[in-house]
Design a protein around this ligand. Structure first.
Ligand code: MLT
Ligand code: ZN
Length: 461
């Protein structure tokens, strides 16, 4: 430990655990983007709220920037520490603290992995319904910081819907207790919701009181093969009209190519250009009949070419793997990720325009489309060819993203549906938020973090 500032940190907070080994700096200094070279000052691993406060007070005294850190599964560079920042990892603060059966809430420390939250809720016969493939590695604090969405938004909404209260350490080290678990609270600004999605720029979430709900009825999973992009929203409408959808996700043949090369099993004899995996409630025979009716209707219309319904839990998991395994199967290509959204009603026109734009812009790159089509959220992943340099690849992708941002602006869409702005989407923030709004955001940042030390350079400069 050579930096003298770290000695003063330990004097201010004697129990604090610190890591400074090069392997640790690399591990904690990056997220799943892998674009920036990690270069943090050190990693602080507090074990209590008081220690988080002490770290932030020290950071203000010594003007050291702090990067709050969860599971670092983010895809927008929101948890990257590449400029001598202190990484504040919440990984030791990972316990469930309290369950209230009357309020149906679970209070947890922010470093608890999402999957552990799911399991803790199930122990009480309830669920925390926000879910996605990174569940084993991401943390609830990180989910809150990005207002994470995932595969069940169509049924349950985003993380924001499930936060009853937050404990947050603001930039100056002050502890804020926001909303305190209330359902009704009409007493002024709702800072709890302001903190959700603030990407670690306003405060460090240290505890969250989560709303829980009843487990869903039994469900089945159906995989559908589609002939074209154009019919996607018609298939969605046909299914949503007839049944209670728990998920409705789409992906292309390129996604299937990569995910099966990575071990997923493919159930059809032929390949098709587009696929949907949908999960729906089958509480009774009527539910099953409705699903078959939707399927048959889509077949008759020529919107669906093939389909398979899960008959066991194991098969349901296999079908889900075709969708959930995509991110991991693409990771080795360092994909450039677009995570965009428009209103569902604007989706058909947006898809048409975007498909034309991307087709023209990237004739030589492997482009993999997937996403939460039922939420109006599309992921367009561009894969780096092995023989193209990082810089050239990035230059081309950023050029196309500028064009995509213009299309989004016309559609009143968002440049980041659920991954956050971070470093990756910062240049395009103004396609989604107008100048007056961004100026207000800066004012809010100033109020919560007067010295600008919390996750600087993320979201905006
Ligand atoms: C997903 O939908 O799988 C996640 O947002 C991750 C990703 O986009 O790669
Ligand atoms: Zn997603």
């Amino acid at each position: 430990m050579t930096d003298p500032r770290l000695e003063t940190l330990l004097q201010s907070c004697p129990g604090l655990r610190l890591k400074t080994e090069p392997a640790d700096l690399e591990h904690y200094g990056r997220d799943w983007t892998r674009r920036w070279t990690p270069a943090p000052l050190a990693i602080a691993l507090p074990g209590s709220v008081e220690e988080v406060q002490a770290v932030l007070r020290w950071a203000n005294a010594h003007k050291v920037a702090v990067v709050p850190s969860g599971g670092r599964t983010g895809l927008s560079g929101g948890a990257v520490a590449a400029n001598g920042e202190l990484v504040l990892s919440l990984e030791r603060m990972n316990k469930a603290l309290d369950f209230d059966a009357v309020d149906r809430t679970l209070t947890v420390q922010a470093g608890m992995p999402l999957e552990a939250v799911h399991n803790a809720a199930l122990e009480h016969g309830l669920i925390y319904p926000v879910d996605f493939a990174a569940r084993g590695s991401c943390t609830i604090g990180g989910n809150i910081a990005t207002n994470a969405g995932g595969i069940r938004v169509i049924r349950y909404g985003n993380t924001r819907e499930w936060i009853a209260g937050l404990k947050v350490v603001a930039g100056n080290g002050e502890l804020l207790e926001l909303n305190k678990g209330l359902i009704k609270n009409s007493s002024g600004y709702d800072f709890r919701q302001l903190l959700v999605g603030s990407e670690g720029t306003l405060g460090v979430v240290v505890e969250a009181t989560l709303k829980l709900t009843d487990p869903p009825p039994a469900s089945n999973v159906m995989l559908l093969a589609l002939p074209s992009f154009e019919v996607l929203m018609q298939v969605f409408a046909a299914f949503r009209e007839r049944m209670r959808l728990e998920a409705f996700e789409f992906f292309t043949d390129r996604a299937v190519h990569h995910v099966t090369a990575h071990g997923a099993q493919y159930p059809f004899a032929e390949t098709y250009p587009y696929y949907v995996v949908t999960e729906y409630a089958v509480a009774d025979e009527a539910g099953e009949a409705a699903a078959l009716a939707a399927f048959e209707h889509c077949m008759e219309q020529g919107w669906v070419l093939d389909g398979v319904i899960s008959t066991s839990q194991a098969q349901a998991q296999q079908l889900w793997r075709l969708r959930e395994g995509i991110t991991e199967s693409l990771a080795r290509y360092k994909p450039y990720k677009n995570d965009v959204s428009v209103r569902i009603s604007a989706m058909p026109a947006f898809l048409e325009e975007t498909q034309a734009l991307i087709g023209d812009a990237y004739p030589h790159f492997d482009v993999v489309w997937f996403g939460h089509i039922g939420d109006g959220n599309l992921h367009i992943n561009v894969l780096k060819p092995d023989d193209t340099s990082d810089a050239e690849f990035l230059g081309q992708c950023e050029h196309v993203t500028k064009l995509l941002a213009q299309v989004l602006q016309r559609f009143h869409g968002s440049i980041s549906a659920e991954h956050g702005i971070g470093l990756v989407k910062k240049p395009y923030l103004s396609s989604t938020r107008d100048a007056a709004e961004i100026a207000l955001m800066r004012g809010v940042k100033q109020a919560f973090d007067p010295n600008g030390l919390l996750n600087p350079g993320k979201l905006f400069d």
